[in-house]
Design a protein around this ligand. Structure first.
Ligand code: 5GP
Length: 191
């Protein structure tokens, strides 16, 4: 998605530890018109695949997931990272190591929100080492639902998870794929 690549080049900054900061349009301040465009692009890619539910993880995946959910006219479920009083008592869980926080946490989705007949599309803002996506895949499997694939805004290909998942037969569509990034440059894979 050229518009996303241009936005990354214009507004993104590379932080130490291979972290791309896109707080000005994706992660903290959200560009509403742009996120709607991202949602439509995800819908275009997965149109006709029978997706019945979008699954993401709080919090940075939610905006993109909702944009895609609106465009595909399907509900969005997000895995919670913290247990709260209003969490259903029966949950599907997975342990996920966080790339940005450098700690392992448990993500959980109430059993009632994903059904065995669902066709799930996993959506997230970034794909780095693949732990978040694999956690969401485990939850999809636990629920007995079918996986349509993954839709990611920004894949950091140099971390390898996207191509590994593809080699395992998982459909992974990333709107911008970064092959290489340094303090002063970002290089994209031609798509
Ligand atoms: P993974 O689990 O694939 O290693 O990392 C994906 C998760 O970590 C995403 O949900 C995202 O929130 C966060 N993340 C990974 N890399 C980056 C990055 O370069 N920038 C930002 N802002 N978040 C990232």
């Amino acid at each position: 998605m050229k518009a996303l690549e241009q936005k990354i080049l214009k507004e993104g900054t590379v932080l130490p530890g291979n972290v791309l900061k896109v707080g000005s349009f994706l992660n903290q301040k959200i560009d509403s018109d742009f996120i709607a465009e991202v949602g439509r692009e995800i819908a275009r890619l997965y149109e006709g695949c029978g997706v019945t539910k979008i699954l993401t993880v709080e919090s940075s995946g939610i905006a993109i997931a909702v944009a895609a959910g609106i465009a595909l006219h399907v509900p969005v479920v997000f895995a919670k990272k913290h247990r709260s009083a209003n969490m259903p008592s029966s949950v599907y869980t997975a342990s996920v190591y966080s790339f940005t926080h450098k700690e392992t946490y448990e993500i959980a989705v109430g059993n009632e929100y994903i059904e065995s007949g669902d066709v799930v599309l996993i959506v997230d803002d970034f794909l780095a080492n693949g732990n978040a996506v694999r956690g969401l895949m485990r939850i999809t499997e636990e629920a007995g639902a079918q996986l349509a694939g993954c839709a990611i805004a920004i894949e950091k290909a140099f971390q390898g998870a996207g191509d590994k998942l593809r080699s395992e037969g998982v459909r992974v569509e990333s709107l911008a794929i970064i092959e290489k990034m340094t303090d002063s440059s970002v290089e994209f894979r031609a798509q």
